[in-house]
Ligand binder design. Structure first.
Ligand SMILES: [Fe+2]
Length: 169
């Protein structure tokens, strides 16, 4: 069976199914991913960037709950296997790194990977909301998309400094 259940027959059902995956993805990031990244990071600016995005992510969770409630009457989620895999891959990579500088570099790479997945997801959801005539949803999703892009860009800026400080050989 694929990622979406076989009862998805139209764009509106697909939109709801993807919102449910995304809610689960954001919940995994808020409950597990980012708290671990804050704890494992050493560079103060990196730690601050993760803290900031943790607060934003909690807001992303409630925005999705709001959208799902207005479209479906409830905010249920369904497991996002991609996010689960990315978080567990990052956990094992970090577990193997004894050096703090290397750990920060791994955390940035993992963060960029997760953000890119979210940027793709919110871009798709925003477009589907527009097509379905859900203007208010589209505006909320666009706002989250902007925050995911900013988080990605901040990590990229920090990587230019932190990667350089990490031991090269
Ligand atoms: Fe997010």
């Amino acid at each position: 069976m694929g990622v979406f259940t076989p009862d998805v027959n139209n764009l509106r059902e697909l939109y709801i199914a993807k919102l449910e995956h995304t809610l689960n993805s954001e919940r995994q990031i808020a409950d597990k991913g980012l708290p671990a990244m804050i704890e494992k990071s050493t560079n103060p600016q990196l730690q601050q960037a993760f803290r900031k995005h943790f607060e934003e992510t909690r807001e992303h969770v409630s925005r999705l709950e709001q959208i799902l409630s207005s479209n479906k009457g409830e905010a249920s989620d369904s497991k996002c296997k991609i996010t689960a895999a990315m978080i567990s891959a990052a956990e094992s990579e970090i577990g193997d790194a004894a050096n703090e500088g290397i750990r920060d570099v791994i955390l940035i790479a993992a963060g960029n990977g997760i953000e890119h997945h979210e940027i793709a997801t919110y871009g798709t959801l925003r477009t589907w909301a527009q097509i379905l005539g859900e203007k208010q949803d589209a505006a909320i999703l666009e706002k989250t998309l902007g925050e995911e892009r900013n988080a990605d860009e901040l990590l990229t800026r920090l990587s230019q400094q932190i990667n350089v400080e990490a031991p090269v050989a």
